[in-house]
Design a protein around this ligand. Sequence first.
Ligand code: 1YM
Length: 638
Amino acid sequence: MNTEYGADQIQILEGLEAVRKRPGMYIGSTSSRGLHHLVYEIVDNAVDEALAGFCDKIEVSINEDNSITVIDDGRGIPVGINHKSGKPAVEVVFTILHAGGKFGGGGYKVSGGLHGVGASVVNALSEWLEVKICREGKIYKQRYERGHVMYPLKEIGTCAPEDTGTRVDFLPDKRIFEETVFDYDTLKVRFREMAFLTKGLKICLTDKREEKPVRREFHYEGGINEFVAYLNKGKSPLYGEVIYCEGEKDGVQVEVAMQHNDSYTENTYGFVNNITTPEGGTHIMGFRNALTKTFNEYARKNKLLKESDQNLIGEDIREGLAAIISVKIEEPQFEGQTKQKLGNSEARGAVDSIVSKQLELFLEQNPSVAKIIVDKSLLSQRAREAARKARDLTRRKSALDGMALPGKLADCTDKDPKNCEIYLVEGDSAGGSAKMARSPQTQAILPLRGKILNVEKARLDRIYGNEEIRAMITAFGTGIHEDFDITKLRYDKIIIMTDADVDGAHIDTLMLTFLYRFMPELIRQGHVYLAMPPLFKVEKNKKVWYAYDDDELQEILSEIGRDGNNKIQRYKGLGEMDADQLWETTMDPERRVLKRVTINENESSEIDLVFTILMGDKVEPRREFIETNAKYVQNLDI
Ligand code: 1YM
């Protein structure tokens, strides 16, 4: 040991202190999202090892104490002395900021989380972290606490020389993270995605917090072909095979898989170095361009499009398409508001050229599949034409009548959208009680008849023709699709109010599907809510309590005593409440419980609508237990 080592050490500590001071800069946030990001960073290093061809299995466990274990069967992180720092390479990996794949020679780091900052960041943000390495017949270990080295790398035993690999255990620091409990489903979705994107790699996830540990294995020899088949699960594919293209150009590795199903929505997901790009980017543009060009050329050449026919537009061809576009690129440039949009121009050219060539070949060799896709696109073209006419009609109408609001809407009198809310109410009778119950100055009521149209299962012309949907569109004032303008929104809160039963939940899903597909900004900007009507009314000695679920009912009963004077009523629907009760329990801004709907963009292939519960001002303390975030996972694609 000499003074230089000490000097080195200080510099290192400063580096990791910076991470602890501004964790958000390195992992995005210290919320649940950031917490899960730690796991991805460690797993990404193992996935890199798999991509380099040395690792085929990764084991991840959530342990009882909420610590995480990640084990791979790769070469093991190098333990030899790195000459620049005089320290074992592994120590550099865990204690120096930005030390990554380049270090140690060979290859480049292609995987990587949102920020690709690596193991040292995880180390800095962990109460403790231990790394064990099996390499060349020896087992090595080092421990860190909040980024500080606890002892020099030590040899702790021997192993068979062919047993190589790396194990990392860590516990996220409670001083840093607002949320320290891992969510099994979040990790599950991400690892399934990673396994799809890295064909052949087996990723196992075990939750040891349960009495009986829960375990899932993800292993897809078919890679993104299986990913597309998974996206089409529960739908009817229009042809048997998944179309697959792959290649490399200008330093961009490209893999594309696609298959049409009989629905009308497009499900395209882009990935750059295994990270989703919800905002798209050059790789998606290249794909779309190739698709439109190749299909039009093929259709013209084979007389599926007549000379007098208009060209198919991209949307026509992509109707009902499930596709994965995965590119690997050395230095990805991310743009856009959330830095989730690929900017590299070479990716556009690479995807375009590889897909154009291989797709053309595929169509030539599979004329029956080609015909199915072109026919479907032609139907879409016709429906689009019809939809345009229907839409023009609604546009013209509203221009004539000057905002012709739907007849069923009981609007509020306040014209400042900031103060206003609209209740979308299931059924005319419940709509009637809601109209009586509301505060007419700020609350508007739009009753909707029965189940609304499932927009996943209908073409645009039918959707525009649907009365309930038209009523919603005109009431909101924003327009939809390319006409959408959030500044025209007439209400600050759009509140879906349905019965607290299975049918109600189904209607919620249909409404949210509509909003998500046609006006996602409303959800993104937090304007969409679910009302929560109570399930039970308890009466005793002329006093009344409401319970919003079974647990709460039990709580109330144990509080007031279980005896013959209790009268318990189970509400089967909103219609059973009179106007006063509806106001008191579900609509009064001071007392009601609302859930706000948000989109979890990170799990884009498994759309997640997350509900946060908002409370009125005067909340009885016993209701607090529902304040924990309820998570409502609704896969809109199945
Ligand atoms: C559970 C986490 O980190 N595995 C892992 C990491 C590395 C290697 C193998 C590796 C890489 C290289 C050579 C190379 C890393 N090594 C480094 C560095 N699992 C996990 N498995 N030999 C082994 O890139 O050339 C960084 S990550 F920099 F030390 F080489």
